[in-house]
Design a protein around this ligand. Structure first.
Ligand SMILES: Nc1nc2c(ncn2[C@@H]2O[C@H](COP(=O)(O)OP(=O)(O)OP(=O)(O)O)[C@@H](O)[C@H]2O)c(=O)[nH]1
Ligand SMILES: [Mg+2]
Length: 407
């Protein structure tokens, strides 16, 4: 169960943009929401979902999920997210709740930057006239905060690190991996950042100040990939800003976290039929709704769902997993004929694994023993054997054959 949500998404941004609203909508966990900065002080952690079309209709079987849910042919796979305190300029130096915030996103594998696209909150999160603040500034400021935070950590003993790299050939990758391990930065991130910045990893002492800056900027992009949630699109001043945000080098998802929260709460009470990420909903029990509640729901349909497709919350979760983190969904089964586990549960689990995962690595993800005793795997769709190096694809159904029978 735990393995399918082994990645962590961090919901970040300046105060009062709707981070906790987004978090609550995504997880249905209770989080304090209010129209002033620093409502959230202690981080909220919860479980949200990514959605993917389930494979069971294609295989013409009735499934019986265990680590995920299946409704209307859609698999909802649990993933973990964290909502943190708002960040203000200078946080890297300790302003606001600065370092504490940065400390909490250390473990996040990808970041969801919630921006107030309506421009109704200033750079410190105080309410201002809608349209008065430019949300593009918030994007620049957040990038800078993360870069400064990383720079600060790295600069501390950079000269020592660079001399060691040049002298003993231990390599920058393992040295920096050690230095950054607390930030969830891996060797592969360091090597990718060095390559993409066009720098020589064997001659680190020759890196100029500009090279160093390029390296840290690249490391931020590679190790903490980020998307922008352009929130509060229900307000009229948001539309023009969404278009401007789209010109930046990010995936931008227009969003109304407040609308999604209302829909999910209504669905939870079975007042409406709605799945996270659906483009519409049906009123199920009109007699239990007050006229103003019906009007509010209709307004969400007309103003958010019809023009935008969705409220954006689920799309952000999916984009973070499938695009930023490049994950795929794979279904492990033991019994190929019934597509079941040893208890006869059909298509019990869906694992989210990084694209590039091989059949053998997948066996290790399921169970160390299964990896150790791996013989070959079978692709249930193609009904053919695949070798240990075969790279898995999204929505593969895979059976691992090993020398040992699993308990
Ligand atoms: N119009 C509109 N308001 C929203 C939306 N999402 C959140 N809000 C409002 O924005 C205000 C701040 O929401 P929070 O979720 O507390 O924001 P936060 O970013 O967690 O704030 P801090 O914890 O203080 O950093 C509240 O008044 C919310 O109701 C939205 O989609 N549309
Ligand atoms: Mg909050």
């Amino acid at each position: 169960m735990q393995k399918s949500y082994s990645r962590l998404l961090g919901v970040i941004g300046k105060p009062n943009t709707g981070k906790s609203t987004f978090f609550s909508a995504a997880t249905l966990a209770l989080a304090e929401i209010a129209n002033y900065p620093f409502t959230t002080i202690k981080p909220n952690r919860g479980i949200g979902y990514v959605r993917t079309p389930c494979v069971h209709p294609e295989f013409e079987v009735q499934d019986n999920p265990r680590n995920s849910m299946c409704t209307d042919n859609t698999r909802l796979i649990p993933v973990e997210l964290i909502d943190v305190a708002g960040l203000v300029p200078g946080a890297w130096e300790g302003r606001g709740l600065g370092n504490q915030f940065l400390d909490e996103i250390r473990r996040a594998d990808a970041l969801i930057h919630v921006v107030d696209a309506s421009g109704g909150t200033d750079c410190e999160g105080r309410v201002c006239k809608p349209g008065e603040h430019d949300p593009l500034e918030d994007v620049k400021f957040l990038e800078r905060e993360i870069v400064m935070w990383m720079t600060n950590i790295l600069k501390k003993d950079w000269s020592k690190i660079s001399r060691t790299v040049d002298a003993d050939k231990k390599g920058i990758y393992s040295l920096l991996e050690d230095r950054f391990s607390g930030l969830g930065i891996k060797r592969s991130h360091v090597s990718e950042a060095t390559r993409k910045a066009g720098l020589n990893p064997d001659k680190v002492t020759a890196w100029s100040e500009t090279d160093f800056g390029k390296f840290v900027e690249m490391l931020r992009r590679v190790a903490k990939p980020m998307l922008i949630v352009a929130n509060k699109i229900d307000l009229p001043t948001a539309a023009a800003n969404v278009e401007r945000l789209r010109k930046l080098d990010y995936t931008v998802i227009p969003c109304s976290a407040e609308a999604e929260l209302a829909l999910r709460r209504a669905a939870e009470k079975q007042l409406i039929e709605y799945k996270p990420g659906d483009c519409s909903f049906k009123i199920a029990q009109a007699n239990r709704l007050l006229p103003n509640q019906i009007r509010a729901l209709e307004a969400i349909k007309e103003r958010i769902l019809e023009p935008n497709g969705t409220t954006g919350v689920q799309e952000a979760m999916n984009t973070a997993y499938f695009k930023l983190l490049n994950m795929i969904a794979v279904y492990p089964v033991e019994d190929l004929e019934h597509l079941s586990d040893h208890d006869g549960r059909v298509l019990p689990d869906t694992y989210l694994v990084p694209y590039g995962t091989t059949a053998h690595q997948f066996a290790y993800i399921i169970h160390t023993e299964l990896g150790d005793s791996f013989l070959y795997a079978v692709d249930a769709r193609e009904k053919r054997r695949i070798g240990e190096d075969a790279v898995l694809k999204d929505r593969d159904v895979i059976s691992v054959v090993s020398t040992r029978k699993r308990a």
